[in-house]
Write a protein that binds this ligand. Structure first.
Ligand code: 0GY
Length: 308
């Protein structure tokens, strides 16, 4: 099937630079997606955008170029609850990728078990209104109860302003919870202001809550490297990410977010994104936890060997 990309869609950046920061051995890109290819894995009828293609082969080429060893492939909303493209990526990864799925209440136990076999270890609940239609909370809670039995976790994606309303639901979830992109703080507000303090309190009071400290390119208002000419761009995001990494070093993950859906102004060079990491995780120990120990503990616990 042929798909017409959403008008103004920015394709992922071909020819990313080689990062100056050398990733630790065994590093995991814990948030990335595949899109189609649409001719093989058609996009969902209920999607809110139609992306460019971004295949598993292209994802794995980027992984090798940047120096990552593994990926966590998160189901993108353009595929709805049809996890075929994501599962195909896991199956083609030689055990080097795990996945996070989107499922509906109608998913069968057999389907869940097949996804587990393929490497799925979580489901994503998305509350970002421009990306998805509303799903009743009782349906999500029922799904959470079922996937908890498989040892999976729940990934949640929401915007900072919605945390107060979602708090009771999130804190009732029975699994590990992984928050996408620090709950999308407004980085124009102070890092010690009320909005981000609420997110820190969420993580402080609930030891089952983890956070991805990813997506500076999505959160930044100060602009991309092409505009300020530095490899450590997106400076306005630094204090937020650094605070989460330093306060919760054992509950943070990092990912490229390749192929970067819905960016309107610029497409980041993924090599530059990797060079952002040592500015938020400033010691080798913090870097090892962020990039190796934490994602391995969550996604490959059977292979994770705690560093001495
Ligand atoms: C991200 C962010 C976005 C999109 C999706 O699944 C998706 O469509 O996650 C976004 O538009 O903010 O994490 O990829």
């Amino acid at each position: 099937m042929q798909f017409q990309k959403t008008q103004g869609w920015l394709d992922w950046y071909a020819g990313p630079s080689t990062p100056r920061f050398k990733l630790p051995a065994g590093a995991v890109d814990a948030h990335c997606h595949v899109f189609g290819p649409g001719a093989q894995f058609p996009f969902a009828a209920e999607r809110k955008y139609t992306p460019c293609d971004a295949s598993r082969q292209q994802l794995f080429a980027l992984r090798d170029h940047l120096g990552f060893a593994r990926n966590v492939v998160v189901q993108a909303t353009c595929h709805g609850a049809d996890n075929s493209a994501m599962v195909d990526a896991l199956k083609g990864s030689n055990g080097h990728a795990r996945g996070v799925a989107t499922v509906r209440r109608s998913v069968t136990d057999t389907e869940l078990r097949a996804m587990h076999e393929a490497g799925v270890r979580g489901v994503r609940f998305n509350f970002v209104k421009r990306l998805v239609d509303f799903t009743p909370k009782d349906e999500l809670m029922e799904i959470a109860g079922r996937i908890a039995r498989l040892g999976w976790h729940v990934v949640i994606y929401f915007e900072a302003a919605d945390l107060p309303e979602l708090w009771d639901f999130f804190t009732a979830l029975p699994t590990v919870i992984v928050v996408d992109h620090m709950g999308r703080p407004d980085v124009g507000k102070p890092v010690d202001g009320g909005e981000f303090e609420l997110f820190v309190k969420f993580m402080t009071e609930h030891a089952n809550v983890w956070s991805k400290v990813s997506c500076p390119e999505r959160l930044s208002v100060s602009g991309p490297p092409a505009l300020n000419g530095e490899r450590n761009a997106y400076r306005d995001v630094l204090p937020f990410a650094r605070r989460i990494v330093e306060t919760f070093p054992d509950r943070v993950l990092w990912g490229t977010d390749w192929p970067h859906p819905n960016l309107k102004d610029h497409m980041p060079d993924d090599g530059l994104l990797v060079d952002f990491i040592p500015h938020i995780a400033t010691t080798p120990e913090l870097q090892r936890k962020l990039l190796v120990d934490n994602p391995m503990r969550l996604y490959w616990p059977e292979e994770w060997i705690k560093a001495p």
